[in-house]
Design a protein around this ligand. Structure first.
Ligand code: ADP
Length: 450
């Protein structure tokens, strides 16, 4: 029987038994494998009605979309599952392909690296190359003035850079509780070492900042470095993760060494869940090895190894971080970075607008209509209003100051990003997987109205 005759027989059988889920799923899979993409899409859609939220069917549908370059529909199909804890990593790879198709390289890289940190067998060197700035086949633009290449030797392969932070806590609006927690944990021990020594405490260790995306975790970390007059090293996943065995561990070690050579230094790991995931979730020794290396670096070879190195790490999914990171001296203090309330939103808007030509402003009015907006959303709002104002100023031939009305108009055109979904996921963990009490701090938040 030829391929197509086989398919024809399957189609006929499915037509006669429209409720036979395994049969129809098999047909959809065969259609996809043989490249009948539109028909595969239609069949997967029909099967999804029989088994809503089935991850294999959603994966099939999303693949049919991606292969037809329908990236938006692929993401729409995947998103409900991606919002759930412990979703199958291969869905993350499909999301990475779709996001890359939409040109959203940052989120694509995040999804890809998170997926392979949970299942290394999904690694795809071609995709990884295209997601790493400057990698083979990468569509990312090269840096404007490319620095001379530094040969990557095993002893020094960190691509992270040392910055001097220009912002302090004065640039972080609201978040008084979070700032206070960071002051006690990070700043006071360095500013008043004698007092701490008297109580047998050392400066060092780290803080895990967690909360919805865009709520200001990176901004806070940078401000903590500025507040302290410390160097700031901002480590992204691409600085560490490498597909070759042993290289990621070497990169991680080199990054810690960079911070140790520049102490006092705030070493900031964004999206740390991809480097510090739960080892029980990992099927591959290689990814577990990276987590072990990270724990070893935090502990240091001796008492003074990490003196003056303050590790801040951020994650949107703290429940994926291995519990071993919460032991004393490691990322022992989880700090929740909440979405801003109305007063904090007004304060964030004031900071974001402070160097712009302004009319009389009523930031409270804007704060009232931007419920569920986080800092990153508010930044997007101000950027949009400023762009519109620039256009008007160019037409008028004179600078026209930004007004409350401009911000209100921009707010109308934007939707808050991810807070509601984030709270729904957090609620699952807080209510159903909070044995150790690790997420007690979130309890009043997830019980609120979102
Ligand atoms: P996260 O790391 O949590 O995803 P970011 O720190 O990247 O979020 O926040 C995005 C942007 O939002 C920041 O660059 C900053 O301009 C703005 N922002 C967020 N929170 C605040 C705040 N409390 N005060 C002032 N600006 C803020």
């Amino acid at each position: 029987m030829s391929d197509d005759a086989g398919l024809q027989a399957l189609r006929e059988a499915a037509r006669l038994s429209p409720d036979n889920l395994p049969l129809r799923q098999h047909l959809a899979g065969q259609l996809l494998a043989k490249g009948y993409l539109a028909e595969a899409e239609a069949e997967f859609r029909a099967v999804l009605v029989l088994a809503p939220k089935h991850p294999d069917i959603i994966a099939g549908l999303a693949e049919a979309f991606v292969r037809q370059s329908a990236h938006g529909p692929a993401l729409a199909a995947l998103e409900p599952l991606l919002a759930e804890p412990g979703y199958p990593p291969r869905l993350g790879i499909l999301a990475a392909r779709a996001l890359m198709g939409e040109g959203d390289m940052g989120r694509a890289a995040y999804r890809y690296f998170e997926a392979i940190s949970r299942d290394a067998s999904l690694a795809d060197p071609d995709l990884a190359g295209r997601l790493t700035p400057g990698g083979p086949g990468s569509p990312w633009p090269p840096p404007a003035a490319a620095p001379p290449p530094i040969p990557a030797t095993p002893a020094n392969s960190s691509t992270a850079e040392v910055e001097r932070s220009g912002v302090t806590f004065a640039d972080v609006a609201g978040m008084e509780t979070v700032k206070e927690a960071l002051r006690i944990k990070l700043l006071l021990p360095l500013q008043q070492p004698e007092l701490y020594a008297a109580y047998g405490k050392r400066a060092g260790g780290g803080v895990l900042l967690y909360g919805p995306p865009g709520a200001g975790k990176t901004h806070l970390a940078r401000a903590a470095a500025g507040e302290l007059g410390a160097a700031f090293v901002n480590v992204g996943l691409a600085d560490i993760l490498d597909m070759y065995v042993g290289s990621s561990e070497r990169n991680l070690h080199a990054t810690f060494d960079l911070a140790r050579r520049n102490r006092p230094c705030v070493l900031f790991f964004d999206e740390v869940d991809a480097l510090a995931g739960r080892r029980s979730d990992m099927r591959h020794a290689q990814t577990r090895q990276l987590v072990n290396q990270f724990l070893a670096e935090l502990d240091g070879v001796d008492q003074s190894a990490n003196e003056g190195v303050l590790v801040l790490a951020a994650t949107n999914v703290p429940w994926y971080v291995d519990a071993a990171f919460r032991r004393p001296g490691r990322l022992d203090q989880p700090v929740f970075v909440p979405p801003p309330d109305a007063a904090a939103r007004a304060a964030i808007l004031r900071i974001l607008c402070r160097d712009k030509p302004l009319a009389e402003m009523d930031f409270d009015a804007v704060a009232r209509v931007t419920e569920h907006f986080v800092g990153a959303d508010l930044k997007g709002l101000v950027d949009r209003a400023v762009e519109a104002k620039l256009q008007q100023s160019i037409s008028a031939g004179r600078p026209i100051p930004l007004s409350t009305q401009d911000l209100l108009a921009a707010a109308q055109t934007l939707r808050p990003t991810a807070v509601r979904e984030w709270m729904a996921t957090a609620r699952n963990y807080v209510l159903h997987a909070n044995d150790s009490g690790a997420w007690d701090e979130l309890m009043p938040w997830v019980k609120g109205k979102w």
